[in-house]
Design a protein around this ligand. Structure first.
Ligand code: AMP
Length: 217
């Protein structure tokens, strides 16, 4: 099964991906995580992406398409879930071309719908563990000890692009460039919409219902 997860920043893509990956044994390919890893390792790619990410703009298509093509090439044949990619129609077109060339296709597009105001509250309160990647929230998902990861005791950090100012740019990029993808994929009839302004477990249950049905087909 090959799945694309769409949604604004803060819609819960990362959280839902974790559950989906565990249930259906898919490889999780997050373009944001790959970019952050490249930056942490100070690679050429990481350096090129840095200024775009820090301002909340999208990294240019050619950089992202090449990076994700490599990641997808290495993915096992039984499937993957793309999180944060594609984010422009151009990226989606290139992805489709690459998949078709390999006799493959996207089986489902999961679209997490959420209001910008909810996103704002979620994102600016988000904290994560730089060691294990666990994600917390200062109000809704507090660690046992304030500012410390429950799993490994590491001090939690705020992503530098999770501030209100950068978030405004990220939401702007989402509405101007990424939202168009919903229509692009709707032409193929493979999009499932989910109200993401709900408890993450409820969103997850709705997603499982759809994907379970697809797996049985
Ligand atoms: P994310 O963790 O998915 O919110 O991504 C963090 C940042 O990485 C974004 O704000 C963009 O600057 C960059 N990024 C991630 N995925 C893409 C993509 N598919 N196309 C362009 N830029 C991306």
């Amino acid at each position: 099964m090959k799945v694309v997860l769409l949604g604004a920043p803060g819609a819960g893509k990362g959280t839902q991906c974790k559950n989906i990956v565990a249930r259906y044994s898919l490889l999780h390919l997050s373009s944001g995580d790959i970019l952050r890893q490249e930056r942490a390792e100070s690679t050429e790619l990481g350096k090129k992406a840095q200024s775009y990410m820090d301002s909340g703009a999208l990294v240019p298509d050619e950089i992202i398409i090449e990076m994700m093509a490599k990641a997808i090439e290495k993915a096992p044949a039984d499937g993957f879930i793309l999180d944060g990619f594609p984010r422009t129609v151009n990226q989606a077109v290139e992805l489709d071309k690459a998949l078709v060339a390999g006799g493959q296709q996207i089986d489902a597009v999961l679209n997490l719908e959420i209001d910008d105001n909810v996103v704002s509250r979620r994102i600016t309160g988000r904290r994560s563990c730089p060691q294990c990647g666990a994600v917390y929230h200062i109000e809704n998902l507090k660690p046992k000890t304030e500012g410390i990861c429950d799993n490994d005791g590491t001090e939690l950090v705020q992503r530098s692009d999770d501030t209100q100012e950068v978030l405004s740019n990220r939401l702007d990029a989402y509405h101007r460039q990424t939202e168009l993808l919903v229509d692009y994929y709707k032409k193929n009839g493979t999009v499932y919409d989910f109200d993401a302004d709900r408890d993450p477990d409820d969103v997850g249950a709705s997603i499982f219902e759809k994907l379970d049905a697809l797996v049985k087909m």
